[in-house]
Design a protein around this ligand. Sequence first.
Ligand code: MN
Length: 310
Amino acid sequence: MAMSGPLAASDTEQASTTGPADGRQRLVLDSRTAAVGALTVRRALPQRSRRTVGAWCFLDHGGPVEAPAGAFGIGPHPHIGLRTVTWVLRGAFLHRDSLGSEQLVRPGELNLMTAGHGIVHAEEHPEAGPLHVVQLWVAQPAATRDGPSAFEHHGALPRLALGAGVATVLVGSLGDAASPARRDTDHMAADVELAGEVVLPADPAYEHAVVPVEGALQVDGAAVEPGRLVYLGPGRDELVLRSSGPARAIVVGGVPFDEPVVMWWNYVARTRDEIVEAHRAWTARDGRFVVPDSVLAPLDAGPPPWAGAS
Ligand code: MN
């Protein structure tokens, strides 16, 4: 997806820090509303007080919404330094990219796109009907962020039975269930469906966030629903989620990411200068970024708010 506007100017949230008595950090944050093309999303990450969770640096939740075909397509746009993880709860998107990839993604399937030094993709919306989608970004580490771009699709993912629920592992591991998806740092994501109490195994080296996408639930005792995020600091060997009815949440986690992250529009970098250069190359269509075939027109933005300043 394509971010709209600079982050800092509109990055607002309310935080509460009423964590448990043992001192492990817990934050409850409100997502903010953002527009991705015509789709209104709840942007859970980044937030001013919580830029990353592990290497996860962006988390959008859109829908559920009823839509005519094509209503929510996103035209070709560039990315650098990040991996997109597209997870559709209902509906479908058609991914096209500058590597020549063309891949429909449906519920239960995962599209994973690695930007590296640069990639361009479009996300077409081919079918009328309900749409409910999550897109996450992972910040690539120094070892891979300037490397080649790549795309992979996984038609089936491991599931872990949790008693009163089930988890689908998108990236990384949960208990003994491991996703085949590429990762360059220690991180995980899972889609957890529950009706009752579930206890997720957790790596104490990881920090986590829980983002409800359907229904109401309690996370570590905090009551939340779609539009909020619960951040849980490192030091936990399990995460407790509880609901009185059917509920569903995306759980992300990872070893705290220790590299600086600078984000603007669709770029993840280390410095503003890197972003200015990427955006110059995109705006000039100078060969670093190749526009893939798409029924949609390419997107433009900017310049960055600091461009021209030293
Ligand atoms: Mn995108």
